[in-house]
Design a protein around this ligand. Structure first.
Ligand code: HEC
Length: 129
């Protein structure tokens, strides 16, 4: 009986904790919602774009400490650049002001499409997604 009562006392907090953890892990997974199997956010991080680029709308900070390496924040990039141009630029097929992009994108075409479509969703208004 004693044991049963103790369990009753902890049942609600425990249920809440489990609920919280579930919600938490789902939030970190926001990626899966942006369609196309391979999530663009995952590709972005896997290709280490976040070494040099922050994406504020997605809560991503550039990890490099070097000012020389750091690129611009890519939030709202879609309002400045065509998707085709971005694809070619990060494949080093076109240049910007006579300079190649610092890093060549080595992923597949599918990953390239995913990362660009995800970038397209990163606007100042989309903060938190
Ligand atoms: C080694 C650092 C580095 C890495 C890694 C890197 N970039 Fe960049 N990127 C830069 C720099 C620096 C610039 C700005 C170049 C310039 O202005 O000449 C830039 C520019 C860009 C631009 C154009 C920005 C604009 O405002 O026109 C895009 C788009 C971009 N990068 C996407 C990516 C993506 C996607 C990845 C991952 C596949 C990536 N970058 C990885 C350094 C990096």
């Amino acid at each position: 009986m004693e044991q049963y009562l103790t369990w009753q006392k902890f049942r609600l907090p425990l249920a809440l904790l489990i609920l919280l953890l579930t919600v938490e892990s789902r939030a970190g997974d926001g990626d899966q919602q942006s369609g196309s199997g391979t999530g663009g956010r995952t590709v972005f991080l896997a290709q280490k774009c976040n070494m040099c680029h922050s994406v504020q709308s997605a809560g991503i900070e550039a990890t490099t400490k070097s000012k020389k390496m750091k690129g611009p924040d890519l939030t709202g990039i879609i309002s400045r650049r065509e998707t085709d141009w971005i694809a070619k630029y990060i494949r080093k097929e076109v240049q910007l002001d006579g300079r190649d992009h610092k890093k060549e994108f080595k992923g597949s075409e599918k990953e390239l499409a995913a990362v660009i479509s995800w970038l397209g969703e990163q606007t100042p208004e989309s903060t938190g997604k």
